[in-house]
Design a protein around this ligand. Structure first.
Ligand code: HSE
Length: 337
């Protein structure tokens, strides 16, 4: 299966590494032989119709920050849109940074790929938070799949868990901790007494934060994930504009200590019932949503099974790459059918 990687940051590179290290298992267990025929970052594109040498691409990127180590296979300044139009492939993986005003450049990439009849795996939340219903329609119209498991929960299969494993149940509400970075920050502030700035700097260094970290601490990333989950699982047609959003920027050490003295913790919680909202909330330390570090936790209030909570790592390159791989396997299955 020929794959184009659009965006070659933490997620794109982790996915390339994962595909390389799991090659034998993928072929043996799923009959899947992913071949990365192009990788594009904001500086240019590396293209090889018979497959790029992943190790060389990763080494070049690590050494110089570009893919120019690929020699003739590399074209400086070549755009993702040109590559999507010119290079034959079955799947485009879109993992450029999230942008929430226009959704660009991701939205344009996803649209172009779907129009070209390529399946798309998108880990970029912007296009979906802004235009999910229209993109789903475009994918259906072009008879291709648009998959986005990695947009919610990192490597934790939140979306398919709710969609597939809760079939037959009524989901009355969804609430959760959906942003690894702000949960990491709140946890560090609670357990180690560090400042918000210091904890954020560490989350950035570890590759958890968004390119624009105000998306994390301002609650916008949680809002994106809430929109995607609600639309996919509950069949709503929300966009990020429909969500009431308050982030953690005003949370002080005093607020955290006060909560602690009552046996509670402050968490950034996204919730959808009749309306969708994101806000910091005090919950008892014994609450199932009280997870620490970059963990995400999401509770589905279901009928008749009651409250069901899923917990797992919500951010990180390899974690998100594992979701991309699950999507790829599902596309392969649908192809085979
Ligand atoms: N910045 C995001 C987070 C990355 O911290 O959860 C995963 O979507």
């Amino acid at each position: 299966m020929r794959v184009i990687l659009v965006g070659f940051g933490v997620v794109g590179r982790s996915f390339a590494e994962l595909v390389e290290s799991e090659a034998r298992k993928l072929e043996r267990d799923y009959g899947l032989r992913p071949r990365i025929v192009a990788a594009v970052d904001h500086l240019g594109a590396a293209v090889a119709e018979d497959g790029l040498d992943v190790k060389t691409v990763l080494e070049s990127k690590k050494k110089s920050g570009t893919m120019e180590g690929l020699g003739q296979q590399y074209s400086a300044g070549k755009s993702a849109l040109d590559v999507i139009k010119e290079v034959e492939c079955e799947v485009v993986v879109e993992s450029t940074p999230t942008e929430l005003t226009s959704g660009e450049p991701g939205l344009g990439h996803v649209r172009a790929a779907l129009k070209e009849g390529r399946h798309v795996i998108c880990t970029n939340k912007g296009p979906l938070a802004i235009a999910m219903p229209a993109l789903m329609e475009l994918a259906n119209h072009n008879k291709v799949l648009l998959k986005f498991s990695g947009t919610v929960g990192g490597g934790t299969p939140v979306l398919d868990f709710a969609k597939k494993c809760l079939e037959g149940s009524k989901i009355r509400s969804i609430s959760g901790i959906l942003n690894g970075t702000s949960n990491f920050i709140l946890s560090k502030m609670t357990s180690e007494g560090v400042t918000m700035q210091a904890a954020l700097a560490e989350a950035q260094r570890l590759g958890y934060a968004e390119a624009d970290p105000t998306y994390d601490i301002g609650g916008f990333d949680t809002a994106c994930k809430l929109v995607i989950t609600s639309n996919y699982v509950l069949g709503t047609s929300l966009s990020i504009k429909d969500v009431r959003i308050k982030g953690i920027t005003e949370i002080s050490k005093k607020d955290i200590d006060e909560a602690k003295s009552k046996g509670s913790v402050i968490k950034l919680i996204g919730r959808v019932e009749k309306n969708a909202s994101v806000q910091p909330q005090e919950i008892p330390a014994t609450h199932p949503l009280n997870v620490s570090g970059t963990f995400n936790a999401i509770s589905f209030d279901t009928y008749p099974a009651g409250e069901i909570t899923l917990v797992g790592k919500g951010a990180g390159g390899m974690e998100t790459a594992s979701s991309v791989l699950r999507d790829l396997i599902e596309i392969r299955r649908a192809f085979a059918r």
